[in-house]
Ligand binder design. Structure first.
Ligand SMILES: C[S@@+](CC[C@H](N)C(=O)[O-])C[C@H]1O[C@@H](n2cnc3c(N)ncnc32)[C@H](O)[C@@H]1O
Length: 450
């Protein structure tokens, strides 16, 4: 993440008390990103940081943070033990800094340990002071987050608008999409920095490889979208142009890495999935994200995973499979471990999963690296560094007991073979495979609004 202040530095230098919210579990990654941006985040509860930030940094945080859900700016803090205090405090708020003519305020209120506890009544009083939305559904709105804690009211203006995990490129989503912010947090948690390859053998609509490609190209995740702060009367167009211009200048033209002889070679960033609908969506998403030339997507069952030399990271979220029988998922996870250890032997391995027992079938050396919520489920990211040459402890490791179909063993390139019973051709397009695919992904969890 690069954001160097240019000549507009003074214009963007006004200071704000800002709040950054990220998915619980992504705190370490988000904290690191904020430090990269030049601000010191102060933890303020699960998934929340407070910071002292300039206008420029507030804009840059929205544009650059890969793991954050929202950036807010403190509008006011005052004590209130009754509605008269609340009304008096609200009268003092400089609402005009965030509300342009015709923009309606929306209040999201929460309370704790306070005399004022009725969230709807609090929102109603605030609307009395600053106005109500019209009947017109198309009227532009500005969200204010109101927190009443131990009789102290904190009002913050949302600078982001749509939650930041809504990337403009991700219009194609499957039945079990991974949140973009979680994909970014997982890449960070695994220490992936774009200098080694990345493979996702259950890529769905391509969230992990596309987030990886954006990172490798140093492209901002919010490059193609707009933010709520752009509609504020206090918006500094020059500062924003400078932040966006710095981002454009910092982008790398292609995802490459240095080969042993020092030459720049294309970085491997690859996704595969058994479902051709998913890989088609992934390709279209990559196109929209501007990284189509940096990522490859293939329709391929995991048993036919392509062998790759060198070092890299296999990072994936296989079907969680709530609706599947254990036996079928057992086989899928075991087969995945076998082929990953055989064909990507020098690579790190990381798996997002809900079930510890299944994770053990992939590789017994996997250890918890981070815990998140995804689609209402508690999920754990499991990680193990690259296996040493003699990985006798790994199920399916070089000297381990490979339990994949023997035909698969002859398939060193991942091209031939016939190891996946539901899809003998390995194309994901065989008769009967569609129902199986939907079944396999059905338990993967949906995307939540954050
Ligand atoms: C939980 S989803 C992955 C979601 C993905 N991370 C995303 O953001 O869209 C699991 C994926 O595994 C795929 N899958 C299921 N069985 C497979 C197999 N045997 N080989 C390859 N892919 C498989 C499904 O088609 C589904 O897209």
């Amino acid at each position: 993440m690069v954001d160097q202040a240019g000549p507009e530095r003074r214009a963007g230098a006004r200071r704000h008390r800002a709040v950054v919210v990220c998915p619980p579990g992504a705190e370490d990654a988000c904290r690191q990103e904020l430090l990269d941006l030049g601000v010191k985040p102060k933890p303020a509860g699960p998934g929340t940081f407070e910071l002292d930030a300039t206008t420029r940094q507030v804009y840059a945080a929205n544009l650059w943070l890969r793991t954050a859900s929202r950036v807010l700016v403190r509008a006011a803090t005052f004590r209130a033990t009754d509605f008269a205090h609340l009304l008096a405090g609200a009268e003092e708020v400089p609402w005009e800094a965030w509300l342009a003519d015709g923009v309606a305020p929306v209040f999201r209120v929460s309370t704790r340990d306070s005399k004022l506890y009725h969230t709807e009544a609090i929102a109603e009083r605030l609307h009395q002071v600053v106005g109500l939305p019209s009947e017109d559904d198309d009227q532009p709105r500005q969200l204010f987050v109101v927190r009443v804690e131990r009789n102290t009211v904190t009002i913050s203006a949302d600078a982001s608008g749509d939650a930041l995990h809504h990337r403009a490129w991700r219009t194609g989503i499957g039945p079990a999409p991974l949140r973009t912010t979680l994909a970014a947090a997982m890449l960070r948690a695994c220490g992936w920095d774009g200098t080694v390859g990345l493979v996702d053998p259950f890529c769905g609509v391509g969230t992990i490889p596309i987030e990886a490609a954006l990172l490798a190209r140093n492209l901002p995740p919010g490059g193609d979208r707009t933010f709520a702060f752009q509609d504020w009367p206090s918006f500094e167009a020059g500062t924003w142009a400078s932040v966006a211009g710095a981002a454009a200048a910092a982008a790398r033209p292609a995802a490459t890495t240095a080969a042993a002889d020092g030459a720049e070679v294309p970085l491997v960033i690859a996704g595969s999935d058994r479902d051709p609908e998913m890989t088609a969506l992934a390709g279209a998403n990559a196109e929209r994200a501007g990284v189509a030339a940096d990522v490859t997507f293939e329709t391929r069952v995991v048993a036919h995973l392509r062998a790759r030399p060198g070092a890299g990271l296999v990072l994936t979220n296989p079907p969680f499979g709530k609706r599947l029988g254990d036996a079928r998922l057992d086989g899928l996870y075991r087969r995945f471990g076998t082929v990953a250890n055989q064909r990507l032997a020098g690579w790190d391995l990381a798996v997002l999963a809900t079930d510890r027992k299944l994770v053990g079938l992939v590789d017994r050396r996997l250890r918890p690296a981070a815990r998140f919520g995804q689609g209402g489920l508690a999920v754990t990211l499991w990680h193990r560094p690259a296996a040493p040459a003699d990985a006798s402890d790994a199920p399916g490791g070089p000297s381990g007991q490979a339990d994949a179909d023997e035909r698969d063993q002859a398939d060193a390139t991942g091209q031939a073979g016939d190891a996946d019973q539901a899809d003998p051709a390995g194309t994901g397009s065989g008769a009967g495979s569609a129902a199986g695919q939907r079944d396999l992904v059905a338990g993967g969890g949906g995307e939540q609004e954050g």
